[in-house]
Design a protein. Structure first.
Length: 219
């Protein structure tokens, strides 16, 4: 593993564990660090269809959202929010996505429409992270956008450390105004990501990562 990953991941995990130790039962807060690190490093998948149930319980979901919200937030603006898709809610959202896709692609085959219909049903739980970044007299909008990205990453790390697998996706419908309107996302809001959470039997292969020598300079 790259030296930087070895250094940063334990610090990130210890932050989550320390916070959880103050607010949640010991069963959630005393994992073996080596096991948790392995879960983080191998838990991110690039395709939601690989994720199966069971998903997080209601209590685990509360823990995930609490940890996800523990991010840098200059000015305490809370420039993000969550949309939880689970159960039949995933199917209702999928019908919206399929309907919009069919409107733009009237010749689409049934197989493709079925794929679009299942976009948010390929994992037992999907959490949409919505950015509410907006112009502010003191807080740069860019910092608000970064805060929403940190929420997504916290969610991924927390879910992986709890033993789940995750896929942080956007896809075309995250940028389609018709879909966003139907999902209750305001015109001044944007989707930072749909984080799919479930379980997978196989450890996913990692994509090539950049060499530190190519991305690190010293001043």
């Amino acid at each position: 593993l790259p030296t930087l990953a070895k250094t940063l991941l334990p610090l990130w995990l210890m932050t989550c564990i320390l916070y959880a130790s103050l607010h949640f039962p010991p069963v959630l807060v005393q994992p073996k660090i080596g096991v948790a690190m392995t879960a983080v490093l191998t838990g991110v998948v690039r395709a939601a269809p690989a994720l199966a149930g069971p998903g997080p319980t209601a209590e685990e979901l509360g823990t995930l959202l609490t940890l996800a919200a523990r991010v840098p937030d200059h000015g305490k603006l809370v420039p993000w929010r969550f949309i939880v898709f689970e159960g039949e809610g995933r199917d209702r959202a999928g019908e919206v996505i399929a309907r919009v896709y069919e409107a733009d692609n009237p010749q689409a085959e049934t197989k493709r429409l079925d794929l679009e219909r299942r976009r948010l049903a390929q994992a037992p739980l999907v959490i949409g992270v919505v950015s509410r970044a907006a112009p502010h007299a003191k807080i740069p909008e860019w910092e608000q956008v970064l805060s929403a990205g940190a929420v997504c990453m916290n969610l991924v790390v927390a879910a992986n450390a709890m033993g789940f697998r995750t896929a942080w996706l956007t896809e075309w419908y995250a940028y389609d105004r018709r879909v966003l309107d139907a999902l209750g996302i305001a015109p001044d809001e944007k989707v930072a990501g749909f984080v799919h959470i479930g379980r997978a039997n196989a450890v996913p292969s990692d994509r090539p990562r950049p060499a530190l020598s190519d991305i690190v300079t010293r001043f």
